[in-house]
Design a protein around this ligand. Sequence first.
Ligand SMILES: Nc1ncnc2c1ncn2[C@@H]1O[C@H](COP(=O)(O)OP(=O)(O)O)[C@@H](O)[C@H]1O
Ligand SMILES: [Mg+2]
Length: 289
Amino acid sequence: MSSTNDRHMTRTNAGLSRPSATPPRAVPTLTVQAEVAHDAAVPRLPTTVVSSWKGGVWKTAISASIAERLAFAGLDVLYLVTDDQLDARRRLGISESDPDVARVQRGPGSITVVGLAGAHAVDVLYRSGPGRFGRFDAVVVDTPPVKKGGCLPGVLLIAPTDGDDASANLIRMLRATPANTEIVLVRIDAVPKREWAQDAAVIHDASNQAGPLAYLSDPLPRTDEVREALNRGQSVWTLARRGATREFLQGLESLAGVVWARIRPDTALPPLGANAAAAVHIRGWDDDA
Ligand SMILES: Nc1ncnc2c1ncn2[C@@H]1O[C@H](COP(=O)(O)OP(=O)(O)O)[C@@H](O)[C@H]1O
Ligand SMILES: [Mg+2]
């Protein structure tokens, strides 16, 4: 019996057995280089990362306050949150019902809060740039407590620590920090200045950091006023500048000064305008007079 199928098979077989048929040629696999980590990469905008491999060391408090200080100085800041955004948004008085990309004014400048993790954050920082979120003068990055928070190249890395455990993790984090990243260590909570200077030297030696490393000379003090302001979404820069709160603000002012020098190297950080200082200072009555 000869069906259409049989006839087809015969034809095909005849074709395959043709002695002149050229054998199939294998196309060789070409190698594509894996994307290499660029230890020498530089972000598209001046970038400050606040990171430490520990939670509760005031990373969000410091990063939000620096973003605010830069805005008060007239800059438009992209505040890139690679952690859960809620804390950062609350600090800046942004409510849950506000848009995902929220913008707040601080004096003549602004802060735009964007939550992006991992490769998306890297894309905005090093490849596509932040254009789709607006035009910015600088980026401040708030990170979760992960080791890789210290891995970004070409940035200013502000690394807070609150003691030995945190410092042990910090050392491991800094070992992976590229040499073209500038590091500033920050000690939070009260310890004597000299003890902190020694700790900073130990952290530096143990981390084998090839790149530049500095430390904020005075530890940032704990204050109820600062904690309460942060919790109600009030800018710390509007607090009365006295006692431990003043010391805290002086520390942040110094950090903001280092950040500013990378963004506008030719000018000094403009002093806070009256709009930032809501509180009245009474000389002779406030305790720093
Ligand atoms: N100077 C300060 N004095 C007192 N409490 C503070 C101070 N700075 C931050 N805090 C509080 O410490 C807690 C942890 O701060 P946070 O910035 O969320 O840390 P992280 O982002 O590292 O987890 C928050 O409740 C915050 O309000
Ligand atoms: Mg945080």
